[in-house]
Write a protein that binds this ligand. Structure first.
Ligand SMILES: Nc1ncnc2c1ncn2[C@@H]1O[C@H](COP(=O)(O)OP(=O)(O)OP(=O)(O)O)[C@@H](O)[C@H]1O
Length: 351
């Protein structure tokens, strides 16, 4: 099967200033989330694929057809892909049915069978077809926007932060419904988001972008558990990075599986070269307990109470900070001396 999307050596930006640098990406099927901090270039990438930004270099191929190659650029409306913007951008004066029909080529806009099919894909009841956008909830509006994008049966749909205006519970439910609809339609999707939970829970592949480059493109569990770069670890799951030294019995490649740092001797998930490292430690791996002067590792800086649990920030005696996630019934107070234990393996990066 041809790729839904292939990007090679893409450079794009504004007024001659590059934002995206030498990007490569392949999407075969399923959902690929582009995840990264604000301003890193996620929307610029989506716009370049959609045809709203003309790249300075590189190629973009959609469903086997080159849409950008050197100076040759296919117009946005001829790229055969669906686009769902942040706020859905439905036409307020058109009914749901007419909005969805608008996604079809000019002569087929009144093809009610295809419109009904698209509404069924996004699990919207047929009785909503005659309503206007202002008579729908935010989640329903986003589903109509997706139905409009899916109506002409594209191989690829681009979703630009489509759930950001929805509240937390609706966001999760709408996200799952959107992924079900994409799978049912057999369309691949590129989802731009800065919400890690959304990217990890909805996507089959996560591309982590920082400063216009991908630091890692891999399955959600891989980017989370085996980050390829300390910036991926720090961004995903807000891992603390602590200075350490990797040492121990070397393997056949001369690499070692443990590191000592302010939190003691830690076992590493993957071997690294012996020597100075930065160790990434996630809040869910850290346990704090009351301590006296003999076994303290630091003091509690502050506590964020969430009801189901609490996040405790600790200043280690080394001056470094780590966070711990703790059951809500055993929360220490700021200033309390604590012992800090790390559960499971850590990830280390050579420096
Ligand atoms: N039309 C424009 N003209 C000039 N610069 C722009 C334009 N649009 C975006 N930029 C700049 O390009 C960079 C990347 O912006 P982009 O919108 O792609 O980031 P993003 O990752 O989508 O951010 P966010 O998550 O905040 O939406 C930013 O520095 C931004 O200021």
């Amino acid at each position: 099967m041809t790729h839904a999307l292939q990007i090679h050596g893409l450079e794009a930006g504004y007024s001659g200033q590059p934002v995206l640098r030498a990007l490569d990406l392949e999407v075969t099927a399923g959902v690929t989330a582009i995840l990264g901090p604000s301003g890193c270039g996620k929307t610029t990438l989506l716009r370049a694929v959609a045809g709203f930004v003309t790249p300075m270099a590189g190629t973009i191929t959609v469903a086997g057809r080159e849409v950008v190659s050197g100076r040759s650029v296919v117009a946005a409306r001829r790229r055969g892909l669906g686009y769902v913007p942040q706020d859905g951008a439905l036409f307020p004066h058109l009914t749901v049915e007419a909005n969805v029909g608008f996604g079809l080529p000019r002569g087929q806009r009144r093809n009610s069978a295809r419109v009904s099919e698209a509404l069924a894909l996004v699990e919207l009841p047929a009785k909503l077809a005659q309503r206007y956008p202002h008579e729908l909830s935010g989640g329903q509006q986003q589903r109509v926007a997706l139905a409009r994008a899916l109506a002409p049966r594209p191989r690829l749909v681009l979703l630009d932060e489509p759930f950001s205006s929805l509240d937390a519970s609706l966001r999760e439910e709408t996200g799952r419904a959107v992924v079900r609809a994409l799978r049912a339609a057999g369309a691949a999707a590129v989802l731009v988001t800065h919400d890690q939970g959304e990217a990890l829970s909805l996507a089959d592949q996560v591309a982590v972008m920082v400063d216009g480059s991908f630091l890692q493109v891999a399955a959600p569990a891989d980017v989370y558990l085996t980050p390829a770069d300390p910036r991926v670890a720090a961004f995903l799951g807000h891992a603390a990075l602590v200075a350490g030294t990797a040492a121990g019995e070397p393997d056949a490649d001369g690499r070692v599986r443990s590191a000592s740092c302010a939190l003691g001797l830690l076992r590493l998930r993957a071997p690294v070269a012996a020597g100075p490292v930065r160790v990434a430690i996630r809040a869910e791996q850290v346990q704090v307990a009351p301590a006296d002067e003999s076994d303290r590792a630091g003091v509690v800086l502050d506590v964020s109470f969430y009801g189901h649990d609490a996040t405790i920030r600790v200043v280690l005696d080394s001056g470094e900070h780590v966070s711990a996630r703790t059951p809500a019934n055993s929360v220490p107070r700021p200033g309390d001396p604590v012992r800090v234990d790390v559960v499971g393996e850590a990830v280390a990066f050579a420096v």
